[in-house]
Design a protein around this ligand. Structure first.
Ligand SMILES: Nc1ncnc2c1ncn2[C@@H]1O[C@H](COP(=O)(O)OP(=O)(O)O)[C@@H](O)[C@H]1O
Ligand SMILES: N[C@@H](CC(=O)OP(=O)(O)O)C(=O)O
Length: 453
């Protein structure tokens, strides 16, 4: 059995956590590669190193001289770790040098931001590899460049190039333990490109597939993925088995424990993912795989709050006769690079539902409104900007759809919660319920009780 292990920011936030990571890794001969995140939060209102790096980049770009202070704050986070692990302090000079080199030499702001953001993972991998080597083990830092983790940069997300897997395969029979920084890859032109937030999970998947591992262990601060976000529901039920499809749907819709795009590299090779807790590695664990055997007993696997939504509602008499109406409307959102999530339609009306986070300024919002007003001869046009969505997900949902719809209606009726819209996912694995933001917490708690208690 061969494994790749990925450790998230909370697992590598300080030297105590890093020692736990090393304990896990060095006591499991099946682990051949370790992917690490940047140091995460050490306590609840701490700042992740990735956020410090983003702030450093922004200060530098805005010519705020305080960027130097921020650079030193970042070095301090590593200094604490380097000193605790009794590593050579020269490492800190190397880190400072790398940051300054990027700031001095990269002119293009996009590439500079990406390079700066990548340092959190990069420095952590370098120091963890040094620490494990200092304990007498055969261990090497392996950069995404050396490993050949290649991506094509697009306006949206980086696309993993297929040759990546063969590039990584070259290290398959190597007897060294590899420590690889997560979160970033290299473009064919040699530029550093970071994934979206939480993207070290993606690196873990890429490495697990490239090295032809049987299991991808994803270590975090939770013993399980739970049926609902632990911040919203007290003691939610743990999930022992979940399918790739269910996980992707839930990750995209609020379960930030696993990055939604991290599932894709594993699908072809059926590599199982096991989510485990760095602080309690011998207990618990959720397995993510192609199929699960308990669909009959647990048709619904999770319920999550998706986040804030905006609805653009348009009514125009004889809309149904105008071929291409939706296309014309969608063009407006495509032009603004705003993904449209759902489009419920009626004979003479439709609603465009988008995630609020994609509207980046009031100017952009006004732009969309004005373009709609100039290009459409509507009878009614309204914007509802205080919606929330809740996703109910499970491979067995299709078998209990009527009962599920009944339960949602009954719960909302009892609690006086107005149902703004309900959308059945085309795959029949998910159902989205739209309500006013003010009812979000109550709605999810009551639905959780209905479906899981
Ligand atoms: N359904 C869920 N089950 C467990 N944790 C969840 C769930 N949904 C969201 N989370 C959150 O995900 C967090 C772990 O993910 P993340 O912060 O990315 O960890 P890491 O630092 O290991 O990368 C948990 O601390 C928890 O707050
Ligand atoms: N450090 C990056 C990437 C990452 O995956 O982090 P974490 O494993 O802490 O979610 C971020 O904060 O987004």
């Amino acid at each position: 059995m061969k494994k790749t292990a990925k450790f998230g920011g909370s697992s590598v936030a300080n030297s105590t956590q890093i020692k736990k990571v090393c304990d896990i890794v060095l006591n499991d001969k099946e682990i051949c590669a370790v992917v690490v995140s940047a140091p995460g939060k050490r306590y609840s209102n701490d700042i992740k190193v990735t956020d410090l790096l983003i702030d450093l980049y922004e200060k530098y770009r805005n010519k705020d001289p305080k960027y130097k202070e921020q650079l030193e704050n970042i070095i301090k986070r590593y200094e604490e770790i380097v000193l605790d692990l009794k590593l050579d302090e020269k490492l800190l000079d190397d880190f400072r040098l790398i940051l300054n080199k990027y700031l001095d030499e990269i002119d293009d702001s996009f590439y500079l931001e990406n390079a700066i953001k990548s340092c959190g993972e990069d420095f952590n991998a370098r120091l963890i590899a040094k620490y494990i080597s200092s304990l007498g083990y055969k261990c090497s830092y392996l950069s995404p460049k050396e490993a050949g983790i290649l991506v094509e940069h697009t306006i949206n997300e980086p696309i993993i190039l297929e040759e990546t897997y063969n590039n990584i395969k070259r290290f398959k029979d190597d007897d060294r333990l590899f420590i690889i920084p997560g979160f970033y890859a290299i473009s064919p032109q040699g530029k550093i490109i970071t994934f979206q937030r939480g993207g070290s999970d993606i690196t873990g998947s890429i490495v697990a597939r490239g090295l032809e591992c049987d299991i991808y262990e994803n270590f975090t601060d939770m013993s399980y993925i739970y049926t609902a976000h632990p911040n919203l529901i007290d003691n939610p039920k743990p999930i022992t088995n979940i399918t790739y499809r269910e996980m992707r749907e839930l990750s995209y819709n609020g379960f930030e424990i696993f990055q939604e795009d991290a599932v894709a590299p594993l699908l072809k090779n059926n590599i199982k993912i096991q989510v485990k807790n760095t602080n309690d590695p011998n207990n618990g664990g959720t397995i993510i795989e192609t199929k699960r055997n308990n669909i009959k007993e647990n048709p619904i696997i999770g319920i999550s709050n998706v986040g804030d939504f905006l609805a653009f509602n348009i009514t125009e008499y004889l809309m149904n006769k105008q071929v291409g109406y939706i296309n014309k409307l969608l063009d407006i959102f495509e032009y603004q690079h705003i993904p449209v999530e759902h489009i419920p339609t009626g004979i003479d009306s439709l609603s465009i539902l988008i995630r609020k986070k994609y509207i980046t300024s009031e100017f952009q919002m006004q732009n969309i409104i004005n373009t709609i007003k100039t290009n459409f001869d509507f009878d009614e046009f309204e914007i509802i900007d205080d919606l929330s969505a809740i996703a109910i997900v499970g491979e067995g949902l299709k078998n209990i759809m009527t009962q599920t719809l009944y339960k949602i209606s009954k719960t909302f009726d009892e609690e006086n919660i107005k149902l703004e819209a309900i959308i059945q996912g085309a795959s029949n694995n998910s159902l989205f319920v739209f309500i006013k933001k003010e009812n979000e917490k109550l709605a999810i708690q009551k639905l959780y009780k209905e479906f899981f208690n």
